[in-house]
Each structure stands twice: as structure tokens, then as C-alpha cells.
Design a protein around this ligand. Structure first.
Ligand SMILES: [Zn+2]
Length: 142
């Protein structure tokens, strides 16, 4: 990609390169694109103004945006914290799963108890007695 990074006239209030300022965060200072863009920002009043605003925002949000933290040690410690956090989250997830399985079993138990309750109800006992009588009668007459 060969961008024309010529400086816009001073009177211009907009610059097509302004939106690219934000991509500086994803670039390495060694990148040619990074060098070109930062050179452009230095020379373009529109972009340099926007970049200043952007930098103010970054320093305000530095804690929340790890990418904005250019310092390698800080970034590493952030990543460590995040992975620790994920470990804890996964543990919680596992606990939640266990709980879910347990409650499923509870439901089955309750269903079983209800089923036994139905079996033991008077209505069912009557049916058993009739069935047993029929069974005995069939046995007797066959
Ligand atoms: Zn510009």
C-alpha cells in the first residue's frame, strides 16, 4: 500500500488521514507506515490536533485499554492479570455447572418421589388390588 501522505492545505478542516491516526496503536514504530503516518501528523495541522486529542483520551483511558499502554512490562502484567481473572472465571463456571448438574438430579429425585407418591395413592392401590384379583382369577380359571 503506497499512501500519498502529502500535507493538506492549512485551510482544510478535514484530512483523509485523520482516521488512520488510531491505527498507530496497532503498528510497530519500526513499520514504514508508522513512520510515514507520524511524519504526516507532525506536518498536518488537522491530524496533529486530532492526535493531541486522541493522546489525551488515551492517557485518560490508559488503565482500561491495554493496547494504549505501550510499555511492555505493563502490558505483560495486564495480560497476566487477565489470564488470572479468566482462571477464576473458569472456576466459577465449573462451580455453576456442578450446581446445575446437582439441581438436575434434584429434579429427578423429586420426580421419583412424586412417582412413588402416585403409586402409593389410594387410587393406585385400588387398581393394584383389582389387577391382582384379575391376575389371581385368570390364574385360577385357566
Ligand atoms: Zn492529516
Amino acid at each position: 500500500m503506497s499512501h500519498d501522505l502529502r500535507v493538506e492545505p492549512v485551510t482544510a478542516r478535514q484530512c483523509i488521514h485523520t482516521k488512520n491516526i488510531y491505527s498507530l496503536l496497532d503498528m510497530s514504530p519500526k513499520d514504514e507506515a508508522y513512520k510515514n503516518l507520524s511524519r504526516h501528523i507532525e506536518n498536518c495541522p488537522v491530524c496533529s490536533k486530532e492526535f493531541q486529542k486522541f493522546q489525551t483520551k488515551i492517557s485518560a483511558a490508559q488503565v482500561y485499554i491495554p493496547k494504549a499502554v505501550m510499555d511492555r512490562d505493563l502490558r505483560q502484567s495486564f495480560e497476566r492479570e487477565v489470564s488470572e481473572l479468566f482462571k477464576v472465571l473458569q472456576l466459577n463456571e465449573r462451580e455453576a455447572l456442578k450446581h446445575k448438574v446437582k439441581s438436575k438430579f434434584k429434579t429427578i429425585d423429586q420426580m421419583g418421589i412424586e412417582f412413588l407418591g402416585t403409586l402409593a395413592s389410594k387410587q393406585m392401590i385400588k387398581i393394584y388390588v383389582v389387577a391382582a384379583a384379575m391376575y389371581a382369577a385368570l390364574k385360577y380359571f385357566s
